[in-house]
Design a protein around this ligand. Structure first.
Ligand SMILES: Nc1ncnc2c1ncn2[C@@H]1O[C@H](COP(=O)(O)OP(=O)(O)OP(=O)(O)O)[C@@H](O)[C@H]1O
Ligand SMILES: [Mg+2]
Length: 158
């Protein structure tokens, strides 16, 4: 982990889908709600696979219940995380803005309404929209590094 005044960065490597799910568990532990993050990476980079791991760690869904929100745009999962030995509720929202074409369509999704003290919002293709970038508290970037290998970087603004 590197630390600067305004950013915290966590770096992970994966060599398979299952390993990306395991990285998702480790990422989930670093995401204290509320969080609103952009989930970046090329088509097939493994973004949805990572969300499977995050959802599993939050006891919000089994990996095979987590699918791409490409057509439905928003998937919502109810989970919990342990904080000081207590179970705190978490709402996990997984969005895919690939098919959203303009700020007007974006407005109709009601992103602001998803933000609550217990929410973790992960937005695929959020970098398309300046308003989403502005709202975001950081990002998770997935990069293919040859074959099934992926480099996964979580950056959190302070
Ligand atoms: N290291 C890896 N991590 C994640 N997925 C991997 C890895 N190696 C191979 N894969 C495969 O790549 C595919 C990744 O699909 P996934 O839906 O997670 O990607 P995505 O980034 O969400 O794509 P999209 O942009 O289409 O939403 C899966 O079929 C998965 O099995
Ligand atoms: Mg996806």
């Amino acid at each position: 982990m590197t630390q600067t005044a305004e950013m915290r960065t966590h770096q992970f490597e994966s060599h398979s889908g299952p390993e990306t799910i395991a990285v998702g568990h480790r990422v989930a532990a670093l995401l204290a709600p509320p969080k609103f993050l952009i989930l970046r990476g090329d088509l097939g980079a493994g973004k949805t696979t990572l969300v499977k791991g995050i959802a599993e760690a939050l006891e919000a869904a089994d990996p095979d219940e987590v699918t791409s929100p490409t057509f439905t745009l928003i998937h919502e999962y109810e989970g919990a995380r342990a904080v000081d030995g207590r179970r705190e509720p978490v709402m996990l929202y997984h969005l895919d803005l690939y098919r959203i074409q303009n700020e007007r369509q974006l407005d109709s999704l009601g992103l602001e309404e998803l933000s609550s003290p217990e929410s973790i919002v992960l937005v695929e293709w959020g970098e398309k929209f300046p308003s989403v970038v502005k709202r975001s508290q950081g990002e998770i970037e997935m990069r293919a590094t040859g074959g099934d290998s992926r480099s996964i970087t979580l950056t959190l603004k302070d």
